[in-house]
Design a protein around this ligand. Structure first.
Ligand code: ADP
Length: 700
């Protein structure tokens, strides 16, 4: 029972209800039949009584007349006188007076002395001697006798004087017979009076009822010998019972069809409104079928809500699955990242540390030492590049990189790139071309020069890295509203199925352990992120072993755009120092970094002062107002480099302050310039870069 489906349970309830109704229906039918039988029986008893009374009433006259005329002295006297006139006046007149059909008188010796009859009465000699003997004995004799035209009712009595009304005190002087013919007219009259059909049958004839709603009663008509040979049968049809029966049948048919149609309607409604939606719910739970969900949502009432709920559930589930897949992917990426980064950090670190330890060997030749230094430099550059790439991509992805669009002479950028990369290409025996289709007069455009430099550097880096022979070509052309660049090489090429993939983080065409080219897999991802930031496009054409061409666009605005500008502390040229010797304050809490900078700058015979904190720097500056240059570390305890620079700038507007920090974010640079610094240099500080910067400010 527990496992029966809801629809089957409802069906069971419906069937049981149907059975209960059918039992009720049968019960009603039985009651109806019982009622009909009861009514029939009741009507029958009533009918019997009615007919008995009617027959008694009809026979009463004849008996009464026979009795009244037979204790009469005159009659006794006239029996033997044969006085015809008297008989005609007194006896024959009975016929008319009482509507009797026959009268006859016998004397004591059973001889007929008078006889009279109506016209319809044709029977004769129907009074036999036996009857007379019986009458002599009984004094009164009432009986019936069959006749051709019906039945004759006969009442007879012995004749006595006035003094003997009981006919027991005196001897009978004669016998009077009165007869009435129960002919068709009489029977019709009975029929009208009784509202029934009347028939005269032999005693042996059985009553045949054609109609089940008719009742019959019979009156047995005894002959003189008290043998009941004839019967009078009254049959009455009870019409109202017939009507009651027909009405009951109609009612029951209506009831039955109502039950069946209600049952069918309920069944189909439940199928449509409960069973079908329930089937859909079960189907959805099993297979999460979308078409079934849509069908369920078309249903009415609560099932519509359930359908909507399923829909939401499926959407949420799909979202969760997507989130899970993306979490798994990002997990994979994380692993790839760790593997790559670990490789990209450990490899140069290995070279760096390895060759540093080799340098300790005092027996090294000068050329070996030079070679080792070159290797150490290459390793540190590679390590720095990887760290820079990681910082750059995380800056872009956390939204820290803001566009700094300003009017830029992009010819300078191109020149810088040629200066930097041409030697690198030539080192690998590669030719390096620039195809610049922009005229000199259009060289100023509103773009973010740093980002353009970064994009081009990464693409040229790759072109050189992945090309063994041939050439590298950089092209620039102007389209409406944007510049289009390309970086073409004749390198190893990229298979078509990897054209999109290489722009993803850490994605490389060759991911084998034996891959030939080093790299973190971040370069193109950074390029793509910059393109998205600028609103430009990047795409490539490449075929294996033939080379690749990376195209990208840089949208620009003809008018000078209002963008975030880095405030730069302006240099008062009149106050520039031109002397050979500088008084320099190095503000640095890390002794190693301070020592490195001190050594770098001591070579020029500069005077070096050192402060270990921002507060100390202000103190020293107050005591040495002739300081020309301050190299200000940013991250220090007690007081940051920003605050110290602000304070010093309040004391002197002209002293050159160069912020130096391990923070690589452009926001740090902006903040430093806002605090009053003239420039910003990131750690690790490259000797060449620092000296160039100082040269720039002091015209050395
Ligand atoms: P990587 O540090 O590995 O160079 P990138 O993001 O710069 O990372 O490039 C992703 C991958 O795209 C590279 O590993 C390389 O397989 C492929 N690739 C990029 N540029 C070129 C090119 N010019 N020629 C051939 N393959 C290239």
């Amino acid at each position: 029972m527990k496992n029966i489906k809801i629809y089957n349970r409802i069906l069971l309830v419906l069937i049981l209800t149907g059975i209960v109704f059918l039992i009720l229906f049968l019960f009603l039918a039985i009651i109806k039949n019982k009622q009909e039988t009861l009514i029939l029986e009741e009507s029958k008893t009533q009918f019997d009584n009615e007919i008995n009374s009617l027959i008694k009433l009809k026979s009463a006259t004849l008996k009464q007349v026979a009795y009244d005329y037979t204790f009469w002295d005159d009659f006794v006297e006239k029996i033997n006188s044969k006085d015809t006139a008297w008989y005609n006046n007194n006896i024959t007149t009975i016929l008319k007076s009482f509507r009797i059909d026959y009268v006859c008188v016998y004397d004591a010796s059973f001889n007929m002395v008078h006889e009279a009859y109506s016209d319809e009465f044709i029977s004769r000699n129907f009074i036999t001697k036996d009857i007379l003997v019986k009458l002599k004995e009984k004094k009164f004799l009432d009986y019936f006798q069959a006749a051709d035209s019906g039945v004759i009712e006969i009442s007879s009595a012995s004749i006595h004087p006035d003094i003997d009304p009981t006919h027991t005190l005196t001897k009978a002087s004669g016998y009077l017979f009165l007869a009435k013919l129960w002919n068709t007219d009489f029977i019709n009259e009975l029929s009208v009076l009784s509202s029934a059909k009347v028939e005269i049958l032999n005693n042996t004839d059985s009553i045949v009822n054609q109609n089940k709603y008719s009742i019959s009663t019979k009156q047995l008509l005894p002959d003189w010998n008290n043998r009941k040979s004839t019967q009078l049968v009254f049959t009455r049809t009870i019409n109202f019972l017939n009507l009651y029966h027909n009405l009951s049948i109609i009612m029951m048919i209506i009831m039955f069809s109502s039950i069946i149609s209600t049952w069918l309607i309920l069944h189909f409604s439940i199928r449509k409104w409960i069973n079908r939606p329930l089937k859909l719910v079960t189907g959805i739970l099993k297979s999460e079928n979308h078409t079934q969900i849509d069908e369920l949502r078309q249903c009415q009432g609560e099932f519509k809500l359930i359908g909507n709920l399923f829909n939401e559930f499926i959407i949420q589930k799909e979202d969760l699955t997507k989130a899970k897949i993306s979490a798994e992917e990002s997990n994979k990426l994380k692993t790839a990242f760790l593997n790559n980064i670990s490789h990209e950090i450990r490899t140069p670190l290995n070279g760096l540390l390895g060759f540093l330890s080799l340098l300790q060997d005092s027996e090294l030749t000068k050329s070996e030492i030079k070679n080792f230094y070159a290797i150490i430099n290459k390793c540190s550059d590679r390590l720095l590049n990887t760290i820079n790439d990681i910082i750059e991509i995380s800056q872009i992805q956390s939204g820290l990189v803001k566009l700094n669009i300003s009017q830029t002479n992009f010819f300078i950028i191109i020149d810088e790139l040629v200066t930097n990369y041409k030697p690198l290409a030539e080192n690998k025996s590669l030719e390096f071309y620039i195809k610049n289709n922009i005229s000199e007069k259009n060289k100023f455009i509103n773009i973010d020069g740093n980002i353009l430099k970064s994009i081009l550097s990464k693409l040229i880096d790759n072109a050189i890295k992945y090309t063994k022979s041939g050439y590298i070509e950089i092209g620039i052309s102007e389209k409406t509203g944007y510049l289009e660049f390309y970086v073409k090489d004749t390198g190893i090429g990229i298979p078509t199925d990897k054209h999109q993939l290489i722009f993803e983080r850490f994605m490389q065409v060759d991911v084998s352990d034996t891959r030939e080219f080093e790299g973190s897999g971040l370069g193109l991802c950074i390029v793509k992120a910059y393109e998205e930031l600028l609103g430009g496009k990047i795409w490539l054409e490449s075929s294996l072993e033939k080379g690749s061409t990376f195209y990208f666009t840089i949208p620009y605005n003809e008018n000078k755009m209002e963008t975030e500008q880095i405030p730069k502390f302006t240099l008062n040229k009149s106050k520039e120092k031109t002397s050979e010797k500088l008084k320099i304050l190095i503000v640095e809490d890390d002794p190693t970094s301070e020592l490195y900078i001190s050594i770098l700058l001591k070579n020029d015979n500069n005077e070096i002062l050192v402060a270990r904190s921002g507060i100390e720097a202000i103190e020293i500056y107050k005591l040495n107002s002739d300081i020309n240059l301050i190299l200000m570390d940013i991250k220090m305890h007690e007081m940051s480099g920003y605050d110290a620079a602000k304070k010093i700038r309040q004391l002197n507007k002209e002293v050159i302050i160069i912020a130096q920090s391990a923070y690589a974010f452009s926001s740090s640079k902006i903040k430093a310039l806002e605090a009053g610094c003239n420039d910003y240099i990131t750690k690790p500080i490259k000797k060449k870069l620092l000296l160039e910067m100082i040269d720039m400010y002091f015209n050395k």
